[in-house]
Structures are given as structure tokens and as C-alpha cells.
Write a protein that binds this ligand. Structure first.
Ligand SMILES: [Mg+2]
Length: 147
């Protein structure tokens, strides 16, 4: 999947235009999500040097994005624009999500559930674990090999 990821309030605590304190397990979880085969695009209101500060912060911790504020590298130049607009992503991880930002462990399980075509909401609400969520999956999904 292509996953758009916010920076301020999501990877670090809110301190814009400064860089806030790390949010526990954000970087590690995002690295694992990449290892699982997903593309991460940084999607932030930051521009210019402030964007570079965020990119550098992540790179210094070993997190590299597929692109920043664009669907692929060079898109903004091609389009001759750099305007805020929605990316073509499958998922958005943002502290302004409806319901706020869950813990990163919950986010990881929600990504796994979404990848498998399972509704992640009960899991995110703490009503079901990932295993219980999977068990509630329709039989036809299990039949085609999605576990
Ligand atoms: Mg934010």
C-alpha cells in the first residue's frame, strides 16, 4: 500500500516550526511498515527548509521516504506547482485523524488489518485484538488465502 504520513504531532510531538520530542515507536514502526513492503510518503504542511528539517530528522534516524508532499519524486516540478492537495494514497496516518492518533503499536496492527482487507476500527477502538479481528473476517477472505 501507499501510506501518507504526517510529521508534526504524528512522528514527533507538536512544536511546529521547531521539531518536537519523538513520539515513542513512531520511527521504528514506520521502518517496520516499510520492511513489510509499503511505500511511505511524508505529507506535511512543512515547506522549504522546514520540510528539509523534518526529512533530515527522519533520515538521521534511518527513516527515508519514497517522496515528500508529492506522489513521486519530481511530480511537483513536472506539475510546476507545489500546492497542498490530497495524495493518491491508500492510507493516511495523521494526528488529526477522526478519533486522534492511536499508539504506534495499534497503528501497526491497523495497517496489517487494512492490508488484509479487514475493518480496523474495532481494533483501533480497543474492542478487538488483531487476532480477534482476523477471526471475524468473512470466510471468503480466508478461502482466498488472506489470513
Ligand atoms: Mg499533524
Amino acid at each position: 500500500m501507499i501510506i501518507a504520513i504526517d510529521f508534526d504531532g504524528t512522528i514527533v510531538e507538536h512544536a511546529y516550526p521547531k521539531i518536537g520530542k519523538p513520539i515513542p515507536f513512531a520511527i521504528e514502526t514506520l521502518q517496520q511498515i516499510q520492511k513489510d513492503g509499503h511505500k511511505l510518503i511524508l505529507w506535511t504542511v512543512r515547506r522549504g527548509q522546514l520540510l528539509q528539517d523534518a526529512v533530515d530528522y527522519c533520515a538521521e534516524r534511518g527513516l527515508y521516504f519514497y517522496a515528500e508532499n508529492e506522489n513521486y519524486r519530481g511530480e511537483n516540478k513536472e506539475m510546476k506547482e507545489n500546492v497542498a492537495r490530497k495524495l493518491n494514497a491508500d492510507l493516511y496516518i495523521d494526528d488529526r485523524n477522526l478519533g486522534g492518533l492511536p499508539d504506534w503499536g495499534v497503528i501497526y496492527n491497523a495497517v496489517k488489518a487494512t492490508e488484509a482487507g479487514i475493518n480496523a476500527l474495532p481494533l483501533m477502538a480497543g474492542q478487538l485484538t488483531l487476532q480477534q479481528t482476523k477471526a471475524k473476517k468473512p470466510r471468503w477472505l480466508r478461502a482466498i488465502g488472506i489470513r
